[in-house]
Ligand binder design. Structure first.
Ligand code: FE2
Ligand code: FE2
Length: 302
């Protein structure tokens, strides 16, 4: 089978595989229902942003949702946080780690609920990307003027390919075609999605982040992680580039999103982040050292 890249679409023996005119709105109207953020998470986020709310109010709100509370405590007690003692209550977790970190843990726990049932390899890739993003942000190469929310780095990575999980849930037949196209052609997964579905996971993931009212920076980074030009605000290109780099580190460390797919890397990530390809080996070693944390967190989400 021979494919050539046309301006609009990949063309199979002179015939379009599918029209590239479908919009994300059409897909959201007809095929995909984006998952909503649990009420508890919205309530907790509002409380944490409310200067009048006490630690007690926040603890009560988390404990009021036993599933989220339990999962949050599992995240707190995981190897990732490496706490010296076991934490058994939400209040104890808040006093140890602070409200900001707890907000992120609750959010992570609820994203894990959303990911449940997804393909194991893909879930592990998203979790690994959270760890890689945190390693990058904590490294000597990134300072607070480049990435302003170090405690949110894990969530940025965790959500980068959330669009793929949604495709997997609602469009399993189309995903099988994406797999076929990638295994027979030197296409990236990202290009193949565009070809088979008409939109890609970065666009869909950004739409979900928008619906969840996440920050414009996170929305843009998800949208632009394979193509920095897709960032609507050029100020967000650095974060999108870090996310693309975290994705690349995952492939280099044995946490690919798929087998038989060429990683989609925007070459501009090197100049945008100022991080040289020579530095990647150090991150790969650190990823190997984080193997137990990645496995433990991925098990919580699958
Ligand atoms: Fe991606
Ligand atoms: Fe990825």
């Amino acid at each position: 089978m021979h494919y050539t890249l046309g301006k609009e679409a990949w063309v199979k023996q002179g015939e379009h595989i599918m029209s590239a005119t479908i919009s994300i709105e059409d897909i959201l109207d007809e095929v995909i229902t984006l998952p909503s953020l649990p009420d508890t998470v919205i309530q907790i986020t509002n409380l944490i942003n409310d200067p009048d709310a006490s630690m007690n109010d926040i603890g009560k709100a988390i404990s009021g949702d036993p599933s989220i509370a339990l999962k949050s405590l599992r995240v707190v007690n995981s190897a990732y946080f490496a706490l010296p003692t076991k934490v058994t209550s939400v209040e104890h977790a808040i006093s140890l780690l602070g409200m900001k970190v707890i907000k992120n843990i609750v959010f992570t726990a609820s994203v894990f609920d959303t990911l449940q049932g997804g393909e194991e390899m893909l879930i592990k890739h998203n979790v690994a990307c959270g760890v890689a993003m945190k390693l990058l942000v904590d490294s000597e190469y990134v300072d607070s003027s480049g990435f302003k929310h170090p405690d949110e780095a894990f969530i940025y990575g965790l959500l980068h390919d959330v669009g793929k999980l949604i495709f997997g849930e609602f469009m399993a037949d189309k995903m099988a075609k994406v797999v076929d196209l990638c295994s027979t052609n030197p296409l990236t997964w990202y290009q193949a999605e565009k070809e088979i579905i008409g939109i890609d996971h970065a666009e869909l993931g950004a739409k979900l982040a928008q619906q969840w009212q996440l920050s414009p920076e996170l929305i843009d980074a998800i949208r632009g992680h394979h193509d920095l030009k897709k960032c609507e605000n050029p100020d967000h290109r650095f974060t999108a580039a870090l996310m693309g780099l975290a994705d690349f580190i995952c492939y280099q460390s044995g946490y690919p999103a798929h087998t038989n797919a060429t990683p989609a890397l925007d070459e501009d990530i090197w100049s945008e982040t100022g991080i040289s390809p020579d530095a990647i080996e150090g991150f790969v070693t650190a990823m190997h050292d984080s193997k137990d944390s990645i496995n433990e967190l991925a098990n919580m989400a699958s």
